[in-house]
Each structure stands twice: as structure tokens, then as C-alpha cells.
Design a protein around this ligand. Structure first.
Ligand code: F6R
Length: 611
């Protein structure tokens, strides 16, 4: 996790770095810090808590300079404290380092440095790197960083400045994202291009093992041994407004409302004119493999894993290929039974989730073909995959993922239909019917967004808003929806929530039901609808507070429930997209009504780049 930004040029580096850090706060907000070079001296300021605390501190202790680096932290080694905040320094206080990642052998290197008399001031792995760079420094920062990194094991994206070599900023990456931005007479580094879009759109995506000497008028990229590396300069074409709230009070609400457009983008141009087939932009994967693969393994974390659960049902039912779905952090530590005909599908919004990235690498080592579903273009997972289906959901900033989730399901529908078509398990009549319904989904999401009355009422109702705990129940395609609804509620409102298969509840969780427990049933029309109604009655008989998500026209369900939120009718296979919308809104408004920090919930970060 953590966000890093760096600048060298004629502007005040503090302003540019803070502006960038504001756009990276989603990556962590335990502490923040900045270091700048000015007339041969290195000035630093660090603060615990969000960036606003650092900004306040800078008002009373202003610093400025024409090059500098900054950091917003999500703690891994050492508590969030000023001493552990980045940048970290060497002893003469001439070198400053910001780091995103984990240095695995920091204790070993630290012990050797201590033997040479180096004193440490923090509990972090990063401080070791500052002292190690000093150890190798002989007047050239680029050379010292390359040499120091040869001793390091682990993941890093770093930015380094040094008052003894002030005309450069050195950046390096291995396993954590880093871009270099190129302006007119000024250059930038950042964890994410969003941080520097105000200044330039020309970027280089550094690859693992690259070290870059960044100067105001250019750059040099080498590997750790000093071999020159050629990288293509890319142009980022995101709209800057995508990085702003667009008039909504929170990014999460903005992103919930973007979902009709997002689904249009995800499926746009990928459905043939007669709607009978899926057409990917450019030859997705080896056709033979798609036709003959005998097993699919989906790997993902959190919300993306919930999308994967929907994907498993879609692919198994439309394409009749067995699909396993694994939590990425578990997958990489188990016995892998990967055959040449296995396709592994990582699903990820950020494309940088360390657990998913490592699982991908292990799967590759075992010979799997990797077809990933990714939102962030140019991210590590996208780059390391054999083929990528981009989600086209745009920048997602709210820590609680919303639009990426529905985009993932829409992309999985396309993939399942394509596989079914290629493998002759889906008639073109059925494919056309489903793809036509998929094209109607954006308008149906809009209908739900336009009629939020019952959601708002429930979110303001003390029985839901002040509950200590809640159960989310669903079956079939909508068991993952129940899981996603529970995750959204707990992560932004801190209400404990659990999801269960509605039919599984009677085997244990029903013991929790009292007249204080809200039970949310995901109950759109489905093959198991009658069974779900029986499950609702089981909760009713025990006085649970029942909120159902049901299909418009299902008036009968209301007699069994305290509240019903209706969603438009659609085929069961697509219902997870529509059913999750009111759950996202419910979690959002309950969080707001409880006074929680919706976009930056405690202990979380948007992109989890540690294992
Ligand atoms: C929850 C959430 C997380 C992410 C998970 C994977 O709202 O956002 O559970 O889904 O950390 O992230 P990505 O999709 O970036 O791999």
C-alpha cells in the first residue's frame, strides 16, 4: 500500500507533492510526510494521521524547494507514528527515501549496518534502505541506489533525493507500481498516474527491476546492473474529472451513480450487431485453448472474489467448464493441480493486489495460461498476464469497491457467453437473449438509482442504522450478492455483518435471530425463489427484522417482510448486477447516518500491495 510522489523542476516541490498525495490518499492515510531540497539542504516534515495534519503542520513550519518527495502511509512495519512516517533518512540527514512495499530482509541488513555503528530511529523496514544507500554513496545517487537495491529482497517502489547530488531524483520499482511523468523542464514520479495528471499526461510505466534517474529535463532507465532499458512513453487519456468527486459528497456515491455508464463501457463494442456473439477487441487468447480448456481457476480477493463467485456460476452454467474459485492468498500456498489446459483468471480492480499478483506468478510457474480481468490499465497484473479483459470502469477511488464489482460481473457474463458459444454449449438463440438483456442492464440500474426512497428510509431507520449485527442471506447467483452486501456494510459502517446461503442458515446461523437482528434477503425471481420465501418465513417465525431485495411485481413477498426494495426484472444470471445496487446504497447511507468516514474507512486502503 502507501502512495509516493516526487517532483523536480521550477515549481515549489511541496505544492506539487501535496497535490499528488491528495489524489493518492486512498492508498493509505496513517501518516504522511514530505522532504524537499533547497540550496543544498534537505528539509523534511512528517505527521501522524491524514494528509490534512501534515498540511496544518506545514502552515506553521513552511518549507520549500525545487525537488522533493512525499508519502502517504498504510502501516506495515511499526505503528502509525511520526518516527515511523516516511520519508526516512540516513545519518548525515542528506538522503531521504519514500517507499511502498515491504523489504523482507531488513532485519538482516539492519544488523550488519548496526555492527558498523549505524543507529536507527524507527521500527520500519524503509529506514534500512536509507542507511544502505548512504553506505554505498560515493557522490552519485543513481549508482548508490542501484547498488543498494542489489542487497534488497522484497517488494518496493521508491523515490530518493539527496542533498549531495541535488539535480536528480531516483526512482525504482520491483513489485509495487511506479510511474515517471515527463513535463516541460520538470519531471515527476508517482504510485499512480492520477497523482500527476494536473501537470502531465506523458508517462513511463517502470517495470520490475528498473531504476530511473529522473532529471528536470529527462531521464535514464537502467536495471540494477546498469544496463540501459528502453521504455515507451505513453499518453494517459483519463479525464481529470474522473479523479474528482463530480459534485457528490463522496467518491463512493459518485461511483455508485456511474454504474450505468460503466456497464455500457464494459460491454460497449464487445457484442456483435446481431447480438448473437461476443467480439473482443483484438484476438483475446489462443482460440484453441478457449475451445479446449478443461478447467478454469479464478483467483481474487475481497469484492473481486465475490464477482468471481458469480463468474463461476455463469461459466459453469453457460459453458459447462468446471471452475474453481480461490481466495488468492490461499491459492499460492496450496498444492496446485494445474494442467496445460487450465486457464487461470485473476480478477482485480487495481491490478496491484499483492496476493493476486503472487498467485498469478505461482500459476504461471506451473504452466497455466493467464487471462485476467483488470480495471487499471498498465497495472502489474495486466502486464504479467497472457491476455487481459479490461473492465473499463474508469478510476475507482472510493475504498469500498462498487462500480468495479458490477463491471467485473458484466465482463464475466461476456466471457461465459463467449466460452459457451465457442464450445457449443449455448445456442445462439440463448446467447442473443442474454446479450440483449445485458444491454438493457444500464437502464435498469438507472431505474434503481432514480428511486432510492425505500433505501433512504431503511438507512435512517434505527432498527437497521443502529444494529450491532446483520445477516445477509441469498441463494444461487445471489449468495455472492449477500456476501458483497455484508462486506460493504461492515467495511464502511463498522456494523458486523455475515452472509450465508439462505438454505444453510437453519444449520447454525438461525440461532442468532432475535427481534434486534436485521436479516437482509436477496430474493429476486429465481429458480429457488419459493425456497427463499420459506427461509424468510423461518426468520419471521423468530421475530427477525426482514428486509428483502425483490423483483418488481413480486407483491406477495411484502407480507412476509418488514421492508422490501424492488429491483427491475431480469434473467437470474444477470440479477447479481441489479441486486447489489440497493445494497451498495444501503451501506453508503447507513455509513453516512452513523457519521463514518465513507471514502476512507478505518484500517483499510484502496490498493492492498502487501501480502
Ligand atoms: C472491498 C474492496 C476489497 C477489494 C480487494 C481486491 O470493497 O474493495 O475487498 O475488492 O482488496 O482488490 P482488487 O480488486 O484491486 O484486487
Amino acid at each position: 500500500m502507501c502512495g509516493i510522489v516526487g517532483y523536480i523542476g521550477d515549481k515549489n516541490a511541496v505544492d506539487v507533492v501535496l497535490d499528488g498525495l491528495r489524489r493518492l490518499e486512498y492508498r493509505g492515510y496513517d501518516s504522511a510526510g514530505v522532504s524537499v531540497l533547497s540550496n543544498g539542504t534537505l528539509d523534511s516534515l512528517r505527521s501522524v494521521g491524514k494528509l490534512a495534519a501534515l498540511e496544518d503542520k506545514l502552515k506553521s513550519n513552511p518549507i520549500s524547494g525545487s525537488s522533493g518527495i512525499g508519502h502517504t502511509r498504510w502501516a506495515t512495519h511499526g505503528v502509525p507514528s511520526e518516527a515511523n512516517a516516511h520519508p526516512h533518512h540516513d545519518h548525515p540527514h542528506a538522503i531521504a527515501v519514500v517507499h511502498n512495499g515491504i523489504i523482507e530482509n531488513y532485519l538482516e541488513i539492519g544488523a550488519k549496518l548496526r555492527e558498523k555503528g549505524v543507529e536507527f530511529r524507527s521500527e520500519t523496514d524503509t529506514e534500512t534502505l536509507a542507511h544502505l544507500i548512504r553506505h554505498y554513496f560515493e557522490g552519485n545517487l543513481f549508482a548508490a541506489v542501484k547498488r543498494a537495491l542489489q542487497d534488497i529482497r522484497g517488494a518496493y517502489a521508491i523515490g530518493v533525493v539527496c542533498s549531495d547530488d541535488p539535480e536528480v531524483l531516483v526512482a525504482a520499482r520491483s513489485g509495487s507500481p511506479l510511474v515517471v511523468g515527463l513535463g516541460e523542464g520538470e519531471s515527476f514520479i508517482a504510485s499512480d498516474a492520477a497523482a500527476i495528471l494536473n501537470y502531465t499526461r506523458k508517462v513511463l510505466y517502470l517495470e520490475d527491476g528498473h531504476v530511473c534517474e529522473v532529471r528536470r529535463d529527462g531521464y535514464t532507465v537502467q536495471d540494477l546492473e546498469g544496463a540501459q532499458q528502453q521504455l515507451e512513453i505513453q499518453t494517459v487519456d483519463w479525464d481529470q474529472s474522473q479523479a474528482e468527486k463530480g459534485g457528490y459528497p463522496h467518491f463512493m456515491l459518485k461511483e455508485i451513480h456511474e454504474q450505468p455508464d460503466v456497464i455500457r463501457n464494459t460491454i460497449g463494442g464487445r457484442i456483435s450487431e446481431d447480438r448473437s456473439q461476443v467480439v473482443w477487441e483484438d484476438g483475446l487468447l489462443d482460440d484453441d485453448l478457449l475451445e479446449s480448456c478443461d478447467r478454469i481457476v479464478i483467483i481474487a480477493c475481497g469484492t473481486a472474489w465475490h464477482a468471481g463467485l458469480v463468474g463461476k456460476r455463469l461459466i459453469e452454467s453457460l459453458a459447462k467448464v468446471p471452475v474453481e474459485i480461490e481466495i488468492a492468498s490461499e491459492f499460492r500456498y496450496k498444492e496446485l493441480l494445474i494442467q496445460p489446459n487450465t486457464i487461470v483468471i485473476p480478477i482485480t480492480q487495481s491490478g496491484e493486489t499483492a496476493d493476486t499478483l503472487q498467485a498469478l506468478r505461482v500459476a504461471k510457474e506451473h504452466g497455466a495460461t493467464i487471462l485476467s480481468l483488470v480495471n487499471a490499465i498498465g497495472s502489474s497484473i495486466a502486464r504479467e498476464s497472457d491476455a487481459v479483459i479490461y473492465l473499463r470502469a474508469g478510476l475507482e477511488i472510493g475504498v469500498a469497491s462498487t462500480k468495479a464489482y458490477t463491471a467485473m460481473i458484466a465482463a464475466l457474463v461476456l466471457l461465459a457467453v463467449d466460452l459457451g458459444h465457442r464450445r457449443d454449449t449455448l445456442t445462439s438463440h440463448k446467447a442473443t437473449a442474454l446479450l440483449t438483456e445485458l444491454q438493457a442492464i444500464p437502464a435498469k440500474i438507472q431505474e434503481s438509482l432514480d428511486d432510492q426512497g425505500t433505501v433512504l428510509q431503511c438507512a435512517a431507520d434505527a432498527r437497521y442504522r443502529d444494529a450491532a449485527s446483520a445477516l445477509f442471506l441469498g441463494r444461487g447467483y445471489n449468495l455472492p450478492t449477500a456476501m458483497e452486501g455484508a462486506l460493504k456494510l461492515k467495511e464502511i459502517s463498522y456494523i458486523h455483518a455475515e452472509a450465508y446461503g439462505a438454505g444453510e442458515m437453519k444449520h447454525g446461523a438461525i440461532a442468532l435471530v432475535t427481534d434486534k437482528l436485521p436479516v437482509v434477503f436477496i430474493a429476486p425471481r429465481s429458480a429457488t425463489h419459493e425456497k427463499v420465501i420459506s427461509n424468510i418465513q423461518e426468520v419471521r417465525a423468530r421475530n427477525g427484522i426482514i428486509l428483502a431485495i425483490a423483483t418488481q411485481g413480486d407483491t406477495g413477498i411484502a407480507q412476509h417482510c418488514d421492508d422490501v426494495i424492488y429491483i427491475p426484472n431480469c434473467p437470474e444470471a444477470l440479477s447479481p448486477i441489479l441486486a447489489v445496487i440497493p445494497l451498495q446504497l444501503l451501506a453508503y447511507y447507513i455509513s453516512v447516518n452513523r457519521g463514518c468516514d465513507v471514502d476512507q474507512p478505518r484500517n483499510l486502503a484502496k490498493s492492498v500491495t502487501v501480502e
